[in-house]
Design a protein around this ligand. Sequence first.
Ligand SMILES: [Fe+2]
Length: 245
Amino acid sequence: MFNFLRKKKENVSLFYNTDVHCHILPGVDHGAHTVEQSLEMLEEEIKMGINRVICTSHVTADTFENTPETLTNAYNVLSQAVKEAGLDIELHASAEYRIDEYWEQQYAAGNVLPMPGKYILMENSFQQELLQLDELLFDLMLHGYKPILAHPERYGYYSHRHNRYEKMHGQGVKFQINLLSLAGYFGQGARENAMWLIKHGMVDMLGTDMHNTEHAHIIQEYLRSKDWRKLAPQLMPNIINDNVK
Ligand SMILES: [Fe+2]
């Protein structure tokens, strides 16, 4: 009877089907801690029209020293749970590799778990840019990897050095920005950098980077905003999330 009072829930579907950045694998970083939490997060992905998830758990020195084996084990546990829950979603195990001494060691030993198509998600230091960053990214490409820089908008030291974005992107590095950054979750600086990257056609991929369902809810609210409706058509021609295969 009071249906006319109920606000119609707007569609929050994204225009692509693959999330390339999230912390959904259970118990391997500070994202999902349990399989139940992983399943809840996957349900939120489905609400946004996602049906393929590349799980990119942290690999960082000291805190999350994951290996292809620890990630694959968590992936196997989650895959089984997804099957039992009957969720219609395809999973892949990969990582978000922080460029640090642990990465150097693991890369030298061949212990890396890239995404399908040999894409690999790399995270810069948040304090300062590494001296050998360009060489390192070039070396990855030389070995057939397709490096994706995770959330370039979040590295504050690039705010006044947009030429670094141009150089890296020109070199062939793919840029993935966070939907949470567009929503303002990481502050004005990150949002401004993201807007600059969009304006200059340097955004190749979008990611949720979700660590919990709260992040998903913030993104879903953003996807209902006027801001997103305005930005989505600008982003659409360049976004290659679904090419990760
Ligand atoms: Fe992340």
